[in-house]
Design a protein around this ligand. Structure first.
Ligand code: SF4
Ligand code: SF4
Length: 225
């Protein structure tokens, strides 16, 4: 059985400083993946985040930049690589492990993936749902990419967040910057359809070709009173 210090040291050695681990038993029936494979006994997860350099987002004004697109992809690649290595390591120790891709849509109409990395990250205390419906991590805001490894190994590593679902407080920095007014009072009234349509529009921009925006990501530095 992996010891927690080993896991933390391993992740840090791979460049991952933001992570949390714990049970996902209560939410795993939400995962679209659970309709594709039997997740019996797979009751734990490791959620990992990688922050994009804040300064690199400065060029984003009313659309995603090529620099943002490049960093978005590189962060996803790094996270996928670490998730793969970590899964192999857990298997070597006799555990089951399933690395879930950082950014892989499985249902294009409903915009669903194997699971919501955000839901796992919030459950494990890595961050909270922001007004912009993204994961907000203390100290980093919304400029993080995420990956998840599911496992049957019992792990408990608290994340940096308080465990509350929503902690934007009085901050509304992302609300006025959204070009389609998708951000309102909280994640519950966030206009997913409007955001999705805008992101699809940005995807058609020359050289972008991925569903990204970045405008509210740039605006979010975490809650400020
Ligand atoms: S990603 Fe873009 S379109 Fe979507 S909520 Fe943020 S600013 Fe608005
Ligand atoms: S910018 Fe402020 S209101 Fe918007 S998600 Fe970030 S912390 Fe929340």
């Amino acid at each position: 059985m992996a010891r927690e210090p080993d896991l933390a040291n391993f992740l840090r050695s791979q460049g991952i400083a933001l992570f949390a681990a714990g049970t996902i038993k209560e939410i795993k029936n939400h995962f679209p993946l659970s309709r594709e494979m039997d997740l019996a006994g797979i009751d734990y997860a490791i959620s990992m985040a990688y922050p994009l350099p804040a300064q690199a987002l400065e060029g984003i004004a009313d659309r995603p930049t090529l620099l943002y697109k490049h960093l978005y992809r590189q962060a996803n690649n790094l996270l996928d690589r670490v998730a793969l290595f970590l899964s192999a390591r857990l298997e070597e120790q006799g555990a089951k492990a399933i690395p879930i891709p950082a950014s892989q849509i499985t249902d294009w109409e409903k915009n669903l993936a194997h699971l919501s990395h955000r839901e796992v990250a919030v459950k494990l205390g890595l961050g909270f749902y922001g007004r912009n419906n993204l994961l907000v991590v203390p100290g980093y805001g919304a400029r993080v990419r995420l990956v998840t490894v599911l496992t049957d190994l019992e792990l408990e590593i608290p994340g940096p967040a308080s465990g509350k679902q929503f902690e934007c407080g009085k901050c509304r920095a992302c609300v006025s910057v959204c070009p389609v007014s998708a951000i309102r009072t909280g994640p519950e009234d966030f206009d997913r359809a409007a955001c999705f349509a805008k992101v699809k529009e940005f995807e058609k921009l020359r050289g972008i070709s991925v569903g990204i925006c970045g405008i509210c990501v740039k605006a979010c530095q975490g809650p400020r009173e």
